[in-house]
Design a protein around this ligand. Structure first.
Ligand code: GLC
Length: 440
């Protein structure tokens, strides 16, 4: 990788690509890298959360998974993450070079990982193994204090705040165990009876009220919340289930969120205009004006903990970081904590190795804008002020031809400081100094 100092009457890329909304989204674009955490009580089975539940999800494009729904829904009676220490998660995120963290507070299976007044299906249920364990550890606490201590989201939020990172909550719009959601989406109840339009509308309103209430809890009871990562599923055969595309939160909920947390960022899965877009399992491709994030997972095959999972190497992470930053996008990299509450050990090495690389190349990454050279064969670029950073995967014969843009180069060097020769628009490089990208 190398850096070029340029001088020009204007910034390397014209003002027009400077994002709107910069004041609000600035921290997010500067952050460039975050940790996504898919965690739910059902991780005890080591299958994909929600999707491993057998039955017939009202909105999915395939029938359910293999775990009996009664067993699945009872996971919380076994799930007991006694080693949960979110300070350790935060430390890992920081060592990896990440600046924000997003936790599943409630996935499609409808289980709340927090102490909510609006559902019994939650981590503070009287039969929750973890709640019982917390109660046993703290015999002098009353019920409210025990619930507070058992609230996994609270512990997470406190640790993220303490660590100085930005806090994000994932929240699923689908809920596969609530009948009002099913009726709202399909016009049928759990027994399969068809309901009329008025009943369907009432169910939708009831479900939206439920989401409103839970989201109010999440944005008033946990301190500063920097973003909500909504997740919706559009049914593959919408017309077969009453024509609805999805059941979204309503506008009133959005207003409430923005009132409770004035700076909050909201992604593009609400049916309303977003603060940023999320590209799932693919790298972002540059679009001017767009504030973007690519979400991807370090582990396979699942988002959540997998008992027989594999992990991608550091180089894969570095490639994603470069490609996305070069396309003016963040990377939200997912890990699936295990049933004991720990992030699996096998994720540490690649995360830390990529973190080491990031530390060495930090100035080419954080707080930069993607470009100005886009879709080039040789690699990717970012810029900040009058510096352009090039991530070169292939400089061919050693002379890099840069497309003409309106600036004058005044110096070029490698990240380790070695000075390079250059003609007005070509740079002569030392191949060994450059980071190499793996072919995908
Ligand atoms: C999909 C999946 C969900 C996962 C999400 C992450 O929407 O349904 O399981 O949480 O992607 O991007």
């Amino acid at each position: 990788m190398l850096t070029i100092n340029s001088c020009s009457e204007q910034a390397p890329v014209k003002q027009e690509v400077v994002q709107e909304n910069q004041e609000k989204t600035g921290w997010f674009s500067d952050a460039r890298y975050g940790m996504f955490l898919h965690w739910a009580a059902s991780c005890i089975y080591g299958g994909e959360i929600s999707w491993s539940r057998a039955g017939d999800p009202p909105d999915s494009w395939h029938s359910g998974g293999k775990i009996d729904p009664v067993l699945y829904d009872d996971s919380f009676k076994i799930f007991n993450p006694t080693e949960y220490n979110p300070d350790e998660w935060v430390q890992l995120a920081k060592d990896a070079g990440m600046k924000y963290m997003v936790l599943t507070t409630r996935h499609h299976d409808g289980f709340s990982m927090f102490d909510t007044k609006y559902s019994e299906f939650k981590i503070t249920h009287p039969e929750s193994a973890y709640r019982k364990w917390i109660a046993g550890q703290n015999p002098s606490l009353n019920d409210d204090e025990i619930n507070r201590k058992t609230d996994l989201v609270r512990q997470f939020a406190d640790a993220v705040h303490k660590g100085g990172l930005k806090l994000g909550f994932y929240y699923s719009e689908p809920d596969w165990v609530r009948e009002d959601y099913r009726i709202a989406l399909t016009g049928r109840n759990f027994k399969g009876d068809s309901l009329n339009a008025a009943e369907q509308e009432a169910a939708e309103k009831a479900y939206q009220d439920f989401m409103y209430n839970q989201l109010e809890e999440l944005t008033t009871g946990y301190g500063r919340v920097d973003l909500i990562w909504f997740d919706a599923i559009k049914p593959a055969h919408a017309s077969e289930i009453g024509g609805k595309a999805a059941v979204w939160i309503d506008e009133r909920t959005l207003e409430m969120l923005r009132k409770n947390q004035p700076g909050i960022l909201i992604n593009d899965r609400t049916g309303f205009s977003p603060d940023y877009v999320t590209n799932e399992l693919r790298d972002t491709r540059y679009i001017p004006y767009l504030v973007a994030e690519s979400c991807n997972k370090i582990g396979d095959p699942y988002w959540s903990f997998s008992s027989a999972g594999t992990v991608k190497p550091a180089q894969w992470i570095i490639d994603r970081l470069i490609i996305n930053a070069g396309n003016n996008s963040n990377l939200l990299l997912n890990v699936g904590p295990g049933p004991d509450g720990r992030i699996p050990q096998m994720y540490y090495q690649p995360l830390l190795e990529a973190g080491k690389w990031l530390k060495e190349n930090a100035q080419a990454f954080y707080g930069t804008h993607g470009g100005p050279y886009l879709f080039e064969k040789w690699g990717y670029s970012t810029f900040r002020d009058n510096k352009i950073f090039l991530f070169i995967k292939d400089a061919g014969d050693g002379i890099l031809q840069l497309p003409g843009i309106n600036l004058t180069l005044i110096s070029a060097k490698t990240m380790s400081g070695a000075v390079l020769e250059f003609n007005p628009l070509s740079i002569i490089h030392q191949p060994s100094a450059f980071h190499k990208l793996n072919p995908k």
